[in-house]
Design a protein around this ligand. Structure first.
Ligand code: UDX
Length: 432
């Protein structure tokens, strides 16, 4: 089918590339000429495992193209996805200006029936507003439908999450749109991994509630972790025992430095705002956000337990990205910790396999190490704050020799406390 994607961020680019890989003819549109020119040269502006090869292969086979021009892209496509950003405004609400300008651009270039699909994460009722914007900007009366198909991609796993989703959520309000969208996605349908059709509002809400449910679990475990430290319990044992209840399940129960990323923090606040807009309570969401902020700020206290006076001390930081397998540092716990350390006069030396370049947008006056070991040289402590595989099986004797003091703060509970203590480290985990 002929598909147009407006917005080439990680959602738009992954969606477009994977739909092309399924055999569709896809044109990706972005107003950022530099990004489009790079994509045309096969240069990808985001780090996502496997994406670069997939883009190149599909572009070579002419199933995937890139342009800044709405005109031909919209005219030639039957399905048009809006996959632009919905950043958080100061008051916590989602900034929908990019969504509406994309809708306007589509309307101005439409000359036949289209299904316009909102892929971005949007507050309930946004798709209706997209319909209004299109109606207002059509040059003449043209039939169209709006649908909502929220993305459920995790950074670092985005291609797998697209090609093997737990479910595809399709909010439609016309049989015609439903048929067309089913045709597009039926290649992904599995008996146990269904396409679910709902009304448009429910589809918008499913995405927010799913993300909120995941973030709530994390904050709840981060609230229990300090209790474990007080009473001598182990949060990992608690998570394991709780997760074996089939109604709860084992995932997203790991306490640590808190959650970051471009989704959880923003989506929790946007959903809370949405509830308040309707005069409803958002206590659980507000508490989730507060606990997460508190968790991020708590790691420094562990550092100070081992290095009470941070002035002129050197601290090694393992990890900058908000999680492994991405270079994204939006709301990363590493930013909170490094700024706190610097404000107390400590010097910071960091290593991250992918996020060094990105970090320059967020941090200054930090020393970059070549590898995990180099980061440790002469440092008075090391904090593991992003659980990259590169940090999992290092030579612990060598680590000890390189460190000025054998102080290890494990903010993602990667290492075993008993083993680290037996090797002579002063080890502090989270909730252990
Ligand atoms: C999330 C949702 O998982 C995805 O479905 C949605 O489409 C977009 O938002 P993402 O933000 O890319 O994906 O990352 P995810 O893997 O969900 O992790 C989010 C944050 O939670 C990371 O900072 C991670 O470190 C943290 N996390 C995750 C925990 O602290 N504990 C856990 O047990 C799991």
């Amino acid at each position: 089918m002929k598909v147009c994607i407006i917005g080439t961020g990680y959602v738009g680019l992954v969606t477009g590339t994977c739909l092309a890989d399924m055999g569709n003819d896809v044109t990706c549109v972005d107003i950022n000429k530099k990004i489009i020119d790079n994509l045309k040269k096969g240069v990808i502006h985001i780090f996502e495992p496997g994406l670069s090869e997939l883009v190149k292969r599909n572009a070579k086979e002419k199933r995937l193209s890139f342009t800044t021009d709405y005109n031909t892209a919209v005219k030639d496509s039957e399905i048009i996805f809006i996959a632009v950003g919905t950043p958080q405004k100061d008051d916590g609400s989602a900034d929908l200006s990019y969504i509406f300008s994309a809708a306007k651009g589509i309307a101005e270039h439409m000359d036949s029936y289209k299904v316009i699909v909102v892929k971005s994460t949007v507050p309930v009722g946004t798709s209706e507003k997209v319909r209004e914007v299109i109606k207002e900007n059509l040059k003449r009366k043209i039939e169209f439908d709006v649908a909502d198909n929220p993305e459920t991609l995790r950074e670092g796993e985005a291609i797998k999450d697209f090609t093997n989703p737990d479910r595809v959520i399709l909010g439609t309000d016309s049989e015609k749109a439903k048929t067309i969208m089913h045709e597009l996605y039926k290649g992904l349908e599995r008996a146990d991994k269904p396409i679910i059709f709902t009304d448009i509002h429910s589809a918008e809400l499913i995405k927010y509630v799913s993300n909120a449910m995941l973030a709530i679990r994390i904050s709840f475990m981060n609230q229990i972790a300090p209790l474990c430290e007080k009473v001598g319990a182990d949060i990992k044992a608690v998570a394991k025992g709780v997760g074996l209840d089939s109604r709860i399940g084992p995932r997203f129960l790991q306490a640590g430095a808190g959650y970051g990323g471009s989704c959880f923090p923003k989506d929790i606040r946007a959903l809370a705002y949405n509830l308040k807009q309707h005069g409803l309570g958002s206590e659980i969401l507000d508490a989730t956000d507060q606990v997460n902020e508190k968790t991020k700020k708590s790691i420094i206290h562990k550092v100070k337990k081992l290095v009470p006076d941070l002035k002129d001390k050197k601290i090694a930081i393992w990890g900058l990205a908000f999680k492994p397998k991405t270079d994204d540092m939006r709301e990363a716990p590493s930013i909170t910790l490094i700024k706190q350390l610097q404000s107390e006069g400590a010097k910071v030396r960091v290593f991250d396999p992918e996020a060094i370049t990105t970090s320059k947008k967020y941090l200054e006056n930090i020393e970059y190490a070549e590898n995990p070991y180099h980061a440790l040289e002469g440092c008075d402590a090391v904090v593991l704050i992003t659980e990259w595989d590169e940090f999992r099986n290092l030579d612990k004797q060598k680590m000890k020799q390189l460190l000025n003091k054998p102080n290890f703060i494990d903010a993602r509970n990667v290492y075993d406390p008993k083993e680290m203590k037996s090797l002579g480290f002063n080890y502090l985990g989270v909730g252990r």
